[in-house]
Structures are given as structure tokens and as C-alpha cells.
Design a protein around this ligand. Sequence first.
Ligand code: NAD
Length: 245
Amino acid sequence: MMIEIPKILLETLRDAKAVAVLTGAGISAESGIPTFRDAQTGLWARYSPEDLATPQAFHRNPRMVWEWYQWRRQLVLEATPNAGHLALAAMADRFESFRLITQNVDGLHQRAGSKDVLELHGNLFRNLCFREGIELGPSLDSPEIPPRCPHCGGPIRPGVIWFGENVSESLYEESLEACRRADVLLVIGTSGLVHPAAGLPAKAKQAGAFVVEINPEPTPLNTLVDLSLRDKSGSVLAWILENLS
Ligand code: NAD
């Protein structure tokens, strides 16, 4: 059973030329990837992401943080894109302009076929030198944990944005521009707590977009959005795609 979706959503989408989408961890929940607010499972249950996903945590215990990320990489490799990722990839061609902004680092949007994804928080499978920030490519030839940078010997870290780090200015500007240009913004599976991404729906709203939230739980965006669809994104997005044409 799915919630009933108001007609205005399809009407607005059919008239829209520019659509922007902001996704968070919730869109990947149906692929079996835990969100940050979900309790961590298995081996890592006693650590909070805030204790693992910071430069300070890596500095303190690079081995533990690296192993947590290896575990997350494995989880993602074993997962597949769900109906929500697939519907967004298929929707892109229906509009003159379609920009997908994600806070996710799992690459599932790209695996579903989405192009030019704005990955505000980086990607799990990138590797960077912790000392110099140099991008090192996906395959590493070092037996140590964490592996060592071939240039300076420093530890290698995953290419994601950690708590306390800044998102890339150019990616943020591009995301902001997409939100300002959008006739419709879909905000999917994000708790709306992590900035600056959490501020994008307000920017879109101020610029005149119709803002729709898809999330089974209420969020701080409740009062801002034009429409809240309280259901799982997989079924809602598949329904929208099917009924759009
Ligand atoms: P979050 O964990 O704070 O919030 C997830 C939201 O998704 C919640 O509001 C929850 O109600 C909602 N949700 C749960 N199941 C859903 C479903 N089936 N359909 C739609 N919504 C659903 O995640 P966030 O807002 O993205 O912010 C936290 C940070 O966590 C981000 O920086 C992100 O990079 C990172 N993160 C990413 C992944 C990933 O790449 N898959 C996983 C965990 C955390």
C-alpha cells in the first residue's frame, strides 16, 4: 500500500522545464545501505558515524577508520540500485534540464544510469592522500592498513567529505544554481540536518520552485515544502515515473 499522491504533483511536473533533485541516505535505504540515523549494525554497532567520519578520528586511529570505510565499500559493492535510483535515472530525459544533487557517497545513482551527478559529499571509492589531498585513483598497491601514498608515504583516506570539512565550493555553487533555476525541487530521503546541503531547499523555494519532500518521517523541512509525501522513495518515485507521461 502506498499513500495517495495529490494530482498537483503530476500537473506541476508536466509543466516543469527545469527539475532539480536533492537526495540523502534515505534513497539508498531500500538497497540495504544503512542511513546515518539508523543504528549501525554488526561489528560497528558501538561507534557513531560522528566518531568515525572526522579528520580527528582518522588522525587518532587511521586503521579503525580505514577498516570502517572498507566495510562500507563492501556493503555498497554488494548492493544494487533500487526502484528510486532507477526512476530518477529514467526521469532525466523528460525535462529540458534535470540536475541530480546527492549527499550520498555510494555511487548508486550512477550505477542506476544517472549522468552528471553532483556528489556534494564525495565518493566512497575515491582515495586521497591524507597529508596533501592528492587524488590517487581507485586501485592501491600497498599492503599496509591504511595504504600509504606512493608520493609522500602518508596514510591514504577515502575521498568523502567528513564532518567538519568543507564541501567543494564549485560543486556547491553548481548545486545552488540548479536549485535556483528549478521549477520543481524533489528532496528525497534526507534528514535536512547536514549543512550546506540542508539549506538548498530554502534557496529553491525563495527562487520560486515548487518543493516536494519524499520521506517516511517528518523532517525540519516540513514547514518549508509545498508537498510532503510520507512514504518510501522507491515506490513513490516509481509511481511518479509511471504516471508522468
Ligand atoms: P540521514 O541518515 O541523516 O537521514 C536519512 C533520511 O532518510 C531520514 O530522514 C529518514 O527518515 C529517511 N529515509 C529512511 N528510509 C527512507 C526511504 N525508504 N525513502 C525515503 N526516505 C527514507 O541522511 P542524510 O540526510 O543524507 O545526511 C547524513 C549524511 O550521511 C550525509 O552527509 C551522507 O553523505 C551520509 N550518508 C550517506 C550514505 C550513502 O551514501 N548511502 C549512507 C549513510 C550516510
